[in-house]
Design a binder for this molecule. Structure first.
Ligand code: THU
Length: 143
């Protein structure tokens, strides 16, 4: 079995501004709304066409409705023109990398594809490594 190939075009060997992404993600944590967990998370990404998008987590009294930083980032992506994420940095308010939760791995698979790079701890991984065999548009096309 091969991994799904859509969305494609995300394996270009472009230089990724990791330091800028980490810094923007850290900055985004200052605009989180986290009265319940007090755990701020920020995310910043570069798209395959070189745009930068960011997001912060936004909580809710109904905890399950919390928007993770990656949710806000995807909203920023779509609102500012869509396209495909190339690389994403996620950090907590202390500045440490933060691994995407399960739901957010699915979001990154949808909007970055399997080759999108993610820094959530001391390693940079692909979305395919974080969500092996993920469910996406190719799976639906297979019926
Ligand atoms: N959180 C994120 O923003 N992204 C993740 O991938 C993991 C968790 C947030 C949700 C909640 O506001 C806080 O971290 C504690 O779970």
């Amino acid at each position: 079995m091969t991994e799904p190939s859509l969305p494609s075009g995300n394996d270009a060997q472009v230089s990724i501004p990791w330091d800028e992404l980490r810094s923007l993600a850290r900055d985004a944590t200052t605009r989180s709304y986290v009265p319940y967990s007090n755990f701020a998370v920020g995310a910043a990404a570069v798209t395959v066409d070189g745009r930068i998008v960011t997001g912060s987590n936004i909580e809710n009294a109904s905890y399950g409705l919390t928007l993770c930083a990656e949710c806000s980032l995807v909203s920023d992506l779509v609102r500012t023109g869509g396209g495909l994420l190339r690389a994403v940095a996620v950090v907590s308010g202390s500045g440490e990398p933060c691994m995407p939760c399960g739901r957010c791995r699915q979001l990154l698979f949808e909007h970055g594809g399997p080759d999108c790079l993610v820094e959530g701890d001391d390693q940079i991984r692909t979305v395919a490594e974080l969500l092996p065999g993920g469910f996406g548009p190719d799976r639906m096309a297979q019926g």
